[in-house]
Design a protein around this ligand. Structure first.
Ligand SMILES: [Zn+2]
Length: 278
């Protein structure tokens, strides 16, 4: 059963020079479709360009477009228009990543909130789903999302690492949840073991967040230390174990969920897409 990696930072310098090889290794590992994460307007444009170049057929590589809370201070009066122009590109399937990060506070919190709300307004107008980032800010995120929720198509809290309170608040708002290799980390991810059981089928998706979050269950560790979408099956295995599901069943419903959320085509033998060109 093919997997969809809903969050790959393929424009990251860790992959410079070999993004095609990363996509090819993912494909050989059964990770057939990737959604490239846009983290600023410049990076979103780069992600779109890279996806178009490596997948001219338009069936395997997609992108999001948005401004990460770390970059919230870069948001200006011209940004909404620039974002809307990116969202007009058919390969761009979600607004984000956007959200709140009160862990690192790289942008001032009021600026983070303003920039998030501006992007939620753009998302409402576009009808596209939202790809959300949250770290130590779940209560503010819920408060800011609530008035928008009925007008938003769908939204995923990507790389969920929070506690039960946050998870239940997100599910109450009918949000989707993205799980990464954080769950494979025996030092800080074990609280997720019990929580992933509570995420309903149809709301759960898997992601690598590569090159970050190399699953610590991977043996041997790659020399680069970088995570890749090709290691997503390790996240699948860990989540399946803690949900008491077979990997096959989990792959089937998370892939169906990701395709519905991002509006991705099914990749079949009749529709194999374009292999990456050397
Ligand atoms: Zn993030």
């Amino acid at each position: 059963m093919p997997l969809v990696d809903i969050g790959v930072n393929l424009t990251h310098s860790a992959f410079s020079g070999e993004p095609q090889a990363v996509v090819e290794r993912a494909r050989r590992a059964g990770v057939e479709q990737l959604v490239l994460t846009g983290t600023s307007l410049t990076e979103s444009e780069a992600a779109l360009e890279l996806a178009s170049r490596l997948d001219p057929g338009g069936t395997r590589l997609f992108a999001t477009a948005g401004v990460h809370p770390h970059d919230a201070r870069s948001w200006t009066s011209a940004s909404a228009g620039a974002l809307r122009a990116l969202l007009d590109q058919p390969r761009v399937r979600a607004v984000g990543e956007c959200g709140l990060d009160f862990n690192r506070d790289f942008s001032p919190r009021p600026q983070q909130e303003k920039t998030l709300e501006a992007q939620l307004e753009v998302a409402v107008r576009s009808g596209l789903p939202v790809f959300l980032h949250e770290r130590e800010a779940d209560e503010r995120l819920v408060a800011l999302l609530r008035p928008f929720r009925d007008h938003l198509n769908a939204a995923v809290v990507h790389c969920f690492t929070g506690e039960r309170r946050a998870l239940y608040a997100y599910l109450d708002l009918d949000l989707h949840i993205g799980i990464t290799g954080w769950i494979c980390d025996e030092r800080r991810g074990t609280h997720l073991h019990a929580l992933v059981r509570d995420i309903p089928q149809g709301r759960l998706m898997l992601e690598s967040d590569a090159p970050y979050l190399l699953p610590r269950t991977l043996r041997p560790r790659p020399r680069s230390g970088h995570n890749e979408p090709a290691y997503l099956p390790l996240v699948l295995a860990e989540v399946a174990r803690h949900r008491g599901e077979t990997e096959q069943a989990l792959a089937a419903h998370t892939t169906a969920c990701a395709r519905a959320f991002f509006g991705l085509p099914a990749v079949t033998d009749e529709n194999p897409g374009e292999p990456p060109q050397e």
